[in-house]
Design a protein around this ligand. Structure first.
Ligand code: ATP
Ligand code: MG
Length: 403
């Protein structure tokens, strides 16, 4: 079956009132970018409040659908067969042929839904429904009509210049198109949670950049590469990510030397937040994102989150805050980060963890402990920021397309 185009149906954008066109334009832009990754020629057109991807050359259907499935803002992807208006009888034959080719196994129930965008078409929608239904039953006696809960829908739409026939509706990524919100800085470690958190916030239309705190020689080049790999995997959804790699070793060592060991992780987290926020502001990000979830570990109890949050002035988005680990794992499997996240490379936090970290830190105690750092910490933060290495993580096929 060769489809001539894909009809893109959107969900939440549909309810955006006067600003709707801004969201549609952003979606069209993201769909164009997604189709650059697919072998072949495509054009993306907006038509009467709908978006179409026209296929102008040979292409691989699965590849095209997979690319579209990664675009936030799409509710359904419908592969469409487009025919010319050559009279009603001919259309009826086309509907029967397309249905037959689309469903080799026809033990199913269906419902026809026809529409005419031009009222001068000689057959009204209700008559079309009836006639196409009868023709399908006639051609394929193993099928049945079910108007309440059909296995498949058959859509026939008479448009201005052509007629669309389609039936399959493939679930899109949902959410809002990238570029319709702002930009946020993701604190990206090599774990399971933070890539999922970045994906979830990007799904609300937010562009993301990321920061990774690296502690050589305690954490290896391989651990850093794992974070680059994760950023690249999620960039298929989020668009290109500028990943900032910050050398965190001196700060970590100094905290280790001067502060109580049971407070190490919390104090480290606070400095990560402070640095992430400085980078965020320089990159025009208006929020931070972490993969924290209440109670997952000692540094994520509500008391620990209070202490970590206290240093931030930007909003901190924690989309996983109420998620069960199993649900987070499920999403990471779906978006393709899980296998990389579980590669066994050490993380800067696991090297310096205390045997018995505080689980209910008091903010005053943490602030008191940090006084031991006061002589050196500003210089160390500046040095850490000066160590910033920026790696652009994006789909290789996009890089090729841009050349
Ligand atoms: P993850 O799976 O995301 O690593 P985690 O369950 O291991 O999370 P923690 O290690 O407590 O949890 O980290 C909590 C959050 O702090 C992470 O989700 C991430 O946003 C941030 N974070 C932790 N370590 C780093 C790091 N080395 N670089 C950047 N961000 C980090
Ligand atoms: Mg971690």
């Amino acid at each position: 079956m060769k489809y001539h185009s894909f009809l893109i149906k959107y969900g939440e954008i549909g309810i955006k009132g006067k600003n709707r066109f801004l969201f549609e334009d952003a979606l069209a832009k993201q769909v164009r970018i997604a189709m650059k990754k697919v072998e072949g020629d495509f054009s993306v057109t907006k038509e009467n409040g709908r978006l179409y991807v026209e296929c102008l050359s040979e292409y691989d259907e699965e590849e095209a659908i997979n690319a579209l499935k990664k675009v936030f803002g799409i509710a359904w992807i419908c592969p469409v067969v487009r025919v010319e208006d050559c009279g009603f009888e001919r259309l009826q034959e086309d509907v029967v042929r397309v249905f037959g080719e689309m469903y080799p196994d026809r033990r199913l129930t269906f419902k026809v839904e026809s529409k005419r965008a031009r009222k001068d078409y000689p057959v009204c929608s209700q008559d079309m429904n009836r006639e196409f239904g009868a023709a399908l039953l006639d051609a394929y006696p193993e099928t049945r009509v079910d108007v309440h809960k059909p296995d498949v829908m058959v859509y026939v739409e008479v448009r201005e210049r052509f007629i669309n026939i389609y039936s399959k509706e493939i679930r899109g990524a949902l959410g809002m198109p990238l570029g319709t919100a702002g930009k946020a800085m993701l604190l990206l470690s090599g774990g399971i949670d933070s890539p999922v958190a970045g994906y979830m916030i990007a799904k609300r239309g937010v562009y993301i950049d990321a920061v990774y705190f690296h502690a050589p020689p305690y954490t290896s080049e391989r651990a850093k590469q794992k974070v680059v790999d994760l950023a690249r995997i999620i960039s298929a959804y989020t668009g290109p990510i500028h990943l900032h790699v910050i050398n965190f070793t001196d700060i970590q060592m100094t905290i280790y030397e001067k502060c109580p060991h049971d407070e190490l992780t919390i104090i480290m987290r606070r400095y990560m937040m402070i640095i992430a926020e400085r980078l965020a502001k320089a990159a025009e990000c208006i929020g931070l994102i972490t993969g924290e979830s209440i109670g997952q570990v000692a540094s994520q109890t509500m008391q620990s989150l209070l202490a970590t949050n206290a240093v931030a002035t930007l909003p901190v988005y924690r989309p996983l805050i109420a998620f069960d680990k199993l649900d987070i794992v499920r999403i990471s499997e779906e978006i393709g980060t899980y296998e990389t996240s579980i590669e066994p490379y050490e993380d800067c936090c696991t090297i310096f963890v205390a045997k018995h970290p505080v689980t209910k830190p008091k903010l005053e105690d943490i602030e008191e402990s940090e006084k031991a750092l006061s002589d050196v910490i500003d210089g160390l933060i500046d040095e850490a920021i000066a160590s910033d290495q920026v790696i652009l993580c994006m789909d290789k096929r996009l890089k090729k397309a841009e050349k």
